[in-house]
Design a protein around this ligand. Structure first.
Ligand code: ZN
Length: 480
């Protein structure tokens, strides 16, 4: 009868009618204890539970944990790429093209939320532009030729040429150029989109680190003067830092080359990783940093001596450019300045590789067979694993899931791995996916003083906790 006592103990927390629960709650998976303090009566007179909450997520019904074999190192050298394939985060569709599977989509949605929050905080507005960008815009700026083979080009039935936009300076400048004249009082204008981008990479590799199709955040700013545009530039760079800080990543901000985008000032946001294809030089003494492609990377002096440069491989996750009038002059995009004259917009453009950040995080935080996500990006915060051989353990797991789901910020953040497999097997899979917390429901959860094993996957710490302790711990978890 120890299991009965345990059930009551758990449901006492949840339900004001424990005697009712102890006979009913684990009779069926569709039951929930959510509202059982006011049991209703069926037409046949029997009491029933109201069924309000339907958010339980069972791994046995989800597209994940599909029994993938860990890809051997001889084929793939990039750890995050292997982990993404192994844990069903992505699936390769064609060379350089990946489908984002449900777990991956959840991670990306969370990253997008963080980006939206930080950009909205500095007054940016979200929008979305056409993926098909008219060749005539790109010809105006000369980039139709300058981009070479990286541009995906296509022709419609009327023989009009387009490209699949890898970046949208032309399209957005045309919006401002063809819209009403704006006064300086309305500026800066800051508009961004998070959309699919295309680049015909010569040698796509490493999953989203170098793919041909990916999600990117691109922001464009418009000011009336260069001073104001410079101020806007710094504001956006501060928001970028905030985004990367919230992910808990170590990153370097280095002087970047302006490449085919152009402009006068450019910074790259780089995450050091051996697999990275960029090389950055960072001075240990003065903090100066530059991409190896730039002239600044050579001959930099600090305190009258050459800088002590350390050279690292890194992954570029963000890039900012102060463009000046490079695009506005081609489109004659003008605003009205303080002197009531028309002048060309001073522009800035700012990219963040959304797909790439997701993978770069995993590349630097994870171990060989175990994903570690930044806490805010984990696809789910909790995975509950009940002992497969005891039916009561599943019921307790379900109640625990319901309780966690009721916590603010944790709604939808819990999965129950109810597969009929050994706990150790399911634990292995849960660690590979990288849920921050795994809770096992075993014999100790059936005792009078019920305890659950809680594993913090970041450091592999395992502790036994009571329901109260789990709820206290859960209340400290941050989500987006
Ligand atoms: Zn230095």
């Amino acid at each position: 009868m120890s299991s009965m006592a345990c059930r009551r103990r758990i449901f006492l927390k949840i339900c004001q009618n424990p005697s009712f629960c102890s006979t009913q709650c684990y009779a069926s998976r569709s039951f929930t204890t959510e509202t059982c303090n006011s049991p209703e009566t069926n037409t046949d007179g029997a009491q029933k539970h109201q069924y309000n909450y339907t958010g339980r997520r069972y791994v046995s019904k989800m597209y994940q944990n599909l029994g993938n074999i860990y890809p051997e190192s001889s084929k793939l050298v990039c750890q995050s790429h292997k982990l993404f394939l192994y844990a069903n985060i992505i699936q390769q569709c064609h060379v350089g093209g990946y489908n984002l599977l449900p777990l991956g989509q959840r991670v990306q949605d969370k990253l997008v939320k963080i980006i939206d929050q930080e950009l909205e905080r500095i007054g940016c507005q979200k929008m979305s532009m056409t993926t098909l960008a008219p060749a005539k815009f790109w010809k105006k700026t000369g980039r139709w030729d300058a981009m070479g083979n990286e541009l995906f080009r296509l022709t419609d039935r009327k023989r009009i040429e387009f490209c699949l936009g890898p970046t949208h300076e032309e399209v957005i400048t045309n919006i401002l150029a063809t819209g009403p004249l704006l006064s300086y009082k309305r500026l800066p204008m800051k508009m961004y989109q998070i959309t699919r981008k295309f680049r015909d990479e010569n040698s796509p590799k490493y999953g989203f680190l170098r793919s041909r199709e990916f999600d990117m955040k691109d922001l464009y700013t418009f000011d009336a003067s260069l001073e104001e545009a410079t101020e806007t530039y710094h504001t956006v760079c501060t928001a970028y830092k905030q985004i990367l800080d919230r992910l808990g990543l170590d990153y370097d901000i280095v002087t970047g080359s302006t490449g085919n985008i152009g402009g006068s000032i450019s910074h790259e946001f780089q995450i050091r990783a051996d697999i990275g294809e960029d090389t950055i030089h960072v001075c240990k003494k003065c903090g100066f940093g530059a991409n190896a492609e730039t002239t600044e990377a050579k001959n930099k002096i600090c305190s009258e001596n050459p800088c002590e440069l350390s050279v690292s491989s890194s992954i570029e996750v963000g890039h900012s450019f102060l463009l000046g009038t490079k695009y506005s002059e081609h489109f004659a995009a003008k605003c009205i300045n303080k002197d009531a004259n028309k002048n060309l917009y001073q522009m800035g453009c700012y990219g963040l590789g959304v797909s790439r950040i997701m993978q770069a995080c995993v590349e630097v935080l994870s171990t060989e067979k175990k994903i570690v996500w930044p806490q805010l990006l984990a696809p789910y915060q909790f995975c509950i694993i009940p002992l497969e051989s005891k039916r009561e353990c599943l019921s307790i797991a379900e109640s625990l899931s319901d309780e966690l789901n009721k916590r603010s910020g944790l709604s939808g953040e819990v999965v129950i791995d109810d597969r009929d497999k050994k706990v150790t097997f399911r634990l292995f899979g849960a660690k590979a996916i990288g849920y921050p917390y795994i809770i096992t429901v075993k014999d100790k959860a059936l005792q009078d003083n019920a305890e659950f094993e809680v594993i913090n996957t970041r450091n592999d710490d395992s502790t036994f906790m009571t329901l109260d302790q789990i709820m206290d711990m859960a209340s400290t978890i941050q989500t987006v």
